[in-house]
Design a protein around this ligand. Structure first.
Ligand SMILES: Nc1ncnc2c1ncn2[C@@H]1O[C@H](COP(=O)(O)OP(=O)(O)OP(=O)(O)O)[C@@H](O)[C@H]1O
Ligand SMILES: [Mg+2]
Length: 534
């Protein structure tokens, strides 16, 4: 119990005391009420304060912040063309924030425009890529280095019979049997390790419609901008038709080869038959050629004999005809000489000059007769000792009429006697033709030089003329029968052909060296007969 004694004062006098006694219960109950009242008052005050503060906060901060939030939300939705002003009596930090946000909006606006452009371009590129990707007739896909599909085109979808969205993130092992998937993986790794494209062919079944195809696949390692490997690009082309055509071609080629082989065998046997027929023909031809050669030789012989016979007959006739009067003249001059010796000895000196010149004429006429008889001698005796110099002299005598005043003849004979075993008539004919050709080659005036010398067992004769010469084209033809450059009636073209044969018959040789326009040198080699070997 609480008791309080309080003195009661009257001014300047104490009148007594009052004692107030309060029981603890009463005190407790009043204290409790007072406490509750205080708490209630404090709570009410706090609530009012909070309310006031909240209102202030709402008006000054939260409301502008809400506006800003709403503004930011609109911006975030892409509505950048909005103007905004803060309805707050406190401009300070929030106004700064508003200004910054406005500046940011302007920036965002321009960035947004650029972004829109970029998005437009990207969409266009994407569309183009999609169109191209859909249009590519080949199978195209892209895998990461671990073989996980990152992209593929519709054509490729048909291979696995699945949509791109179901293929991406998976590997070959999810769609094909292990053996084929191993093969695909192997080629991916090969392209990666060799860092270059690899090509392979593979037979596949398209899951979309179960058709079989042959695919030619190229795999290319793909690197990012920084050069790091980002995956493997694969392109497969359906070469089924190409393969079919190739196989067809191969088949045809094989057939052709077979045909060619068969034809070659047939041709070879035909060729063999032809070759043997050709050989038989060649043999026949050779026989014919020999027969022709023989015929030509006989023909030449005949022409030669005929020519010799007619010339011989003529010259024999002339020789006979001249010989008779010559004999008369010889007899007459002998008689005249005897007469002067016996009756007019004193006058013999006066006529001696005439007698000598008549005898010279008789001698020359006898020589001509003798050379005519040389030419006409029909001997086949190849064992006569023929004096080459005398044969040439005889030829010159026969030709002296044509050569007089036109050709100056020089003779440079070896001092040794040159006897050749053979036919005098034939050799005479040969030299007559050679010298006559030389004379005919000289058009106005010119020279013929005849040289002889002995070299070992041979007599070497050179007959050099200053005539028009022989063209290089004609040199190889001059010994051919009937080759002539002379006008019809002037030459038969047989002279050198016969001459060549005659020299050959006498084991000699004849060659022509000529410069067109500056003359010809004929060289004849003949073996000297044993009897007169030097
Ligand atoms: N000394 C030479 N100079 C220039 N040409 C020559 C000479 N000797 C031969 N020939 C050429 O060779 C050709 C053949 O000569 P060959 O003696 O065989 O026949 P030919 O003289 O024409 O006629 P044939 O002698 O039968 O009367 C001559 O036509 C001539 O063209
Ligand atoms: Mg001739």
């Amino acid at each position: 119990m609480l008791s309080s004694v309080q003195t009661i004062h009257i001014p300047d006098e104490d009148i007594g005391t009052i004692e107030v006694v309060i029981t603890p219960k009463f005190l407790e109950s009043h204290l409790k009420n007072i406490r509750i009242g205080i708490i209630f008052i404090i709570a009410a005050l706090a609530l009012v304060l909070i309310l006031v503060l909240y209102l202030l906060l709402w008006h000054i901060v939260l409301k502008p912040l809400k506006q800003l939030e709403h503004f930011a939300l609109q911006v975030s939705k892409g509505e950048v063309n909005i103007s905004y002003s803060l309805k707050t009596p406190f401009i300070g930090e929030l106004e700064n924030l508003r200004t910054s946000i406005s500046a940011m909006i302007v920036l965002l606006e321009s960035r947004y425009g650029m972004l829109q452009q970029e998005i437009k371009h990207t969409r266009e590129s994407e569309n183009l890529f999609r169109i191209l990707n859909h249009s590519i007739p080949d199978l195209v896909w892209f895998k990461d280095p671990n073989g996980i599909y990152l992209s593929c085109n519709p054509k490729f979808e048909k291979l696995f019979g699945a949509k791109e969205c179901d293929i991406l993130g998976k590997t070959d092992y999810d769609f094909t049997d292990r053996k084929l998937a191993d093969l695909y993986r192997e080629s991916d790794l090969k392209a990666i390790s060799e860092n270059e494209s690899v090509v392979h062919e593979v037979n596949v079944t398209f899951e979309s419609d179960s058709h079989l195809s042959v695919l030619e696949t190229v795999k290319v390692p793909v690197h990012g901008v920084e050069g790091n490997l980002i995956g493997v690009l694969g392109i497969s082309r359906d070469i089924t038709e190409k393969k079919r055509v190739e196989n067809e071609l191969e088949k045809h080629r094989n057939n052709l080869e077979l045909l060619v082989r068969e034809r070659t065998i047939e041709l070879a046997s035909a060729n063999e038959k032809l070759t043997s027929a050709f050989e038989a023909l060649l043999n026949e031809r050779e026989k014919l050629q020999t027969a022709l050669d023989e015929l030509q030789a006989i023909q030449k012989q005949l022409i030669h004999s005929e020519k010799m016979a007619s010339v011989g007959l003529l010259s024999a006739g002339i020789a006979h005809e001249i010989n008779n009067p010559l004999n008369f003249i010889k007899g007459g001059i002998l008689g005249i000489e005897d007469y002067f010796e016996s009756n007019l000895k004193d006058h013999i000196d006066e006529v001696e000059l005439f007698i000598t010149s008549i005898n010279t004429g008789i001698k020359r006429a006898s020589e001509i007769v003798s050379s005519l008889s040389h030419y006409s001698r029909q001997d086949d005796l190849n064992h006569q000792e023929c004096d080459i110099h005398s044969i040439i002299d005889n030829c010159l005598i026969m030709l002296q009429n044509q050569m007089r005043g036109k050709v100056e003849v020089t003779k440079k004979y070896t001092e040794k006697r040159c006897l050749v075993a053979g036919s005098e008539g034939k050799l005479h004919q040969a030299f007559l033709n050679i010298i006559s050709n030389a004379e005919q080659a000289i058009e106005n005036t010119g020279t013929i030089e005849i040289n002889s010398e002995v070299n070992q067992n041979m007599v070497v004769l050179t007959i050099t003329d200053s005539g028009y010469g022989i063209s290089p084209d004609n040199i190889p033809k001059i010994f051919d029968p009937f080759f002539t450059t002379k006008i019809v009636g002037k030459g038969t073209g047989l002279g050198l052909s016969i001459t060549y044969n005659i020299i050959q018959e006498h084991n000699g040789s004849i060659s022509y060296l000529s410069n067109q326009g500056s003359g010809t040198i004929v060289t004849i080699n003949l073996p000297i007969s044993k009897a007169d070997k030097l």
